[in-house]
Design a protein around this ligand. Sequence first.
Ligand SMILES: [Zn+2]
Length: 390
Amino acid sequence: MNDYLEKQQENMLYLLEQLVNIDSGTSDKAGGVDRIGALMATLYRALGLKVNVFPEADYGNHLVVRASQQHKPTILIITHMDTVFEKGTAKLRPFLVKDNRAYGPGVIDMKASLVAVYFAMKALKEIKSKAFYDVEILLTSDEEIGSVTSKSLIESHAKDKKFALVMEPARKNGAIVSARRGKAHYTLEVFGKAAHSGIEPEKGRSAIEELAHKIIQLHDITDEEKGIHVNVGIIEGGSSVNTISDHASAEIDVRFRKQEQADQIEQKIEDITSHADIEGTKVRLEGGEINRPPMEKTAKTESLLRIIRKVGGDELHIKITDTETGGGSDASFTAAIGIPTVDGLGPVGGNAHREDEYLEIDSFLPRTILLAEVIKQLHRKINQTKKPQS
Ligand SMILES: [Zn+2]
């Protein structure tokens, strides 16, 4: 299989170039994400796989790729086709290779992963591995805006699987991702009493001053060691420099490592905002929905990691390390419903969502081989446990 993939390196880069040069910002359905979907669907159908299209009105269609009905895949691979870049970006700065790195919009997040998954499947088919039939691949269209339309699709396709492999890029140092922090969002509104700050300041009650107290208290919830972070990211308030402000508001981003922390943090935020520090002002808290649950590093994650580490060591002689990150991904959804999940299985690169986003070309082939070998090993493991030892 490795020999076969080694010969495919040029084809892999060629497909990557094609994909990068088609802009696929999340909101660009017809001319963008759906074009990526159509291209990938054609390739997978040519491999003999079935492609189910789940149409979306406002965003790109989602694709589910798998072997024909009689197979019941146990491995779920999750990819997304959308990028954060607007239409016209690829024309401005198309795919470019320089000093062993590839550049272009979405090159590492995650068009290189779309290519890696496809070629891993192609290689498994080439060597007639039964693991080829044990895989279901999701290609979703709206990950970059929080998977609003794909979340339920991801959950419903994950629940009967034994493993979920999420193809966000590996970290800059090559680490894969074994834990992600959960995320919730609150809005705080403060009402005061307006007054002229020169003529009768004693009649006013400053909403901005009250908000300032709350911001300090909210930021104090942060506990780096426990993986808890509270950030007031946006504030607004006031109407003119010589008016005591009668209104101010704040947007609050909360990150946490464990699901149980979410309740504790919520309690603290409610305590802080249940009263005003400045008499005569009023505080109102809204929101608190968890946008993405945390992906916790469990014993199940550990055993999946052990398999990946072993494959990395045995086949590729690379030491696979893993890490936690604060950013969310679709891995949070599959992990939250109890499916052993590992993320960051894409090629190595960095600076995602930025102009200087890049793929380390030297990692493209090894990470594709790693993925194919991991699929083989997981398939083997599932079938070992299915058959009782004689
Ligand atoms: Zn991504």
